[in-house]
Write a protein that binds this ligand. Sequence first.
Ligand code: PEP
Length: 251
Amino acid sequence: MRKKIVAGNWKMNTLPAEGVELARGVAAGRGEVNSDVTLIVCPPFTHLAGVIESLNGANVEVGAQDCATEAKGAYTGEVSAAMIAALGCKYVILGHSERRQYYGECSETLNKKMEQAYANNLTPIYCVGENLEEREAERHFEVCKQQLEEVVFNLTDAQFKNLVIAYEPVWAIGTGKTATAEQAQEIHAYIREVLRSKFGAAAEECPILYGGSCKPSNAGEIFAKADVDGGLIGGAALKADDFLAIGKSFE
Ligand code: PEP
């Protein structure tokens, strides 16, 4: 049985006290979500300590939205994987399309970040996905394959067993446009096939999350597909009730 996961990417939203309130709201409703669903919140770095403290004992995991390529040293403004792990984070989102697009993150950078994540026992949530132009040119399979080959294929078998993939079509992120459940299943199955070609049967255990304007009204249909193991949620993760409702959307 693959893990079911709903992870909230808060992006650069909420002030620290608001983040703690949001986390408390998620903790308060945690019991309504099936215990076999892993809930993860990914607040900004500045909120991590407060959020982790407020979630104490609530069975809600915490992830960071990024980490540095280097272990430590003279890298002004950077936050290392060791720092976030020391606070109690278990996950880190890497390769989000906003990082690729606005901060020029390429596979070379992401390989270093993945290495730092694993060196500090963090589980990467590695994002892949095509933009609108690539989808319209029917290049989405090729784009996702390349993003996997250039980074995930460098992992050891042991590291791969501790990985979450998020498929996030860039054209669906924050746009209100969602991939149809059929489109999501088609590419999730393809991603799993690519992973199987490198890691064999272990690919069956790798959770592949869908992300892109996922909300309570569409999560159920998408999560019902065979190769969709949950969601990476942006906008709808900023309201505890919506986030929890998505957590309750598995069949
Ligand atoms: C995201 O950016 O990870 C995301 C899925 O955003 P949204 O749900 O707002 O489209």
